[in-house]
Design a protein. Structure first.
Length: 262
């Protein structure tokens, strides 16, 4: 089968540049094709490097809005880019680039097994094992667990849906690219409602590789603080991070309620 990666990428400070350069050759061995939708504010060296990486790259216009209220637009755009660019792709993995870079560096065998399992369903929701979910800050675990609970009430699926990774058949990718109208982070759930309503087959896979990847950006801060645990404790001690995560969860639940009412 032919599997393409559809990814978004946002790296304004270039913090992921070294990891990207280091891990990307292996990523290209795992996928037949790669399409990346890149934010215009990403570091110039990131843009330049990806431009010569033998992939399909689109740098969004300078006025393209970013933030959680627009994540659905970005993620849908990445799927549409890959769908249009790769006519021979049978399957797609949608995943934000920072997460898939971490996945291939630390859990490569699991990533390969995940790709090999994509034909089991039109949509494969890729979530996290209890250990992988617990690796995140408490502010994220608490609010994303709440979203998972509400999603289960709405759909009957007891899945972890907030890791922003999906396996998609070509049919599912086309459905999302042409039908989804959710521009917010709520698309992490409303895509799945669309698939359910369209009668597409759906499956779930819990992974270790979708553990907390954000620390890859802040290795210097982790070293200065002495441990990953200290960095996460500092994150959770900042109430602004809780407010942000509560706002994200509310946005997703509002989107779920609106889609359910239609």
């Amino acid at each position: 089968m032919n599997v393409a990666l559809a990814a978004t990428h946002h790296d304004p400070d270039g913090r992921l540049y070294s990891q990207m350069v280091r891990a990307f050759p292996r990523l290209q061995q795992y996928f037949d094709n790669i399409a990346i939708l890149l934010t215009p504010t990403s570091a110039a060296q990131t843009q330049s490097w990806l431009a010569q990486a033998n992939i399909t790259l689109r740098v969004a216009p300078p006025d393209e809005p970013v933030g959680h209220l627009h994540l659905g637009r970005w993620r849908r755009g990445a799927v549409a880019l890959a769908l249009q660019a790769f006519a021979d792709a049978d399957w797609f993995l949608f995943c934000d680039l920072d997460r898939v870079l971490h996945w291939i560096e630390y859990w490569p065998d699991e990533l390969m097994a995940t790709l090999e399992g994509l034909p089991a369903a039109d949509v494969t929701v890729l979530g996290r094992t209890p250990r992988a979910l617990a690796s995140h800050p408490r502010a994220q675990v608490a609010t994303e667990s709440l979203v998972n609970e509400v999603f289960g009430l709405v759909t009957g699926y007891s899945w972890d849906v907030m890791a922003a990774a999906r396996g998609l058949s070509r049919r599912a990718a086309h459905l999302i690219a042409t039908t989804s109208r959710d521009d917010s982070i709520g698309a992490d759930c409303t895509w799945l409602l669309l698939a359910q309503q369209a009668g597409l087959t759906m499956a779930y896979r819990a992974t270790e590789g979708l553990e907390f990847e954000t620390l890859d950006r802040f290795s210097d801060e982790v070293a200065a603080l002495g441990s990953a645990e200290a960095w996460i404790e500092r994150f959770d001690a900042d109430l602004r991070n809780w407010l942000m995560r509560v706002d994200l969860a509310r946005t997703v639940i509002v989107a779920l309620a609106a889609s359910k009412a239609q």
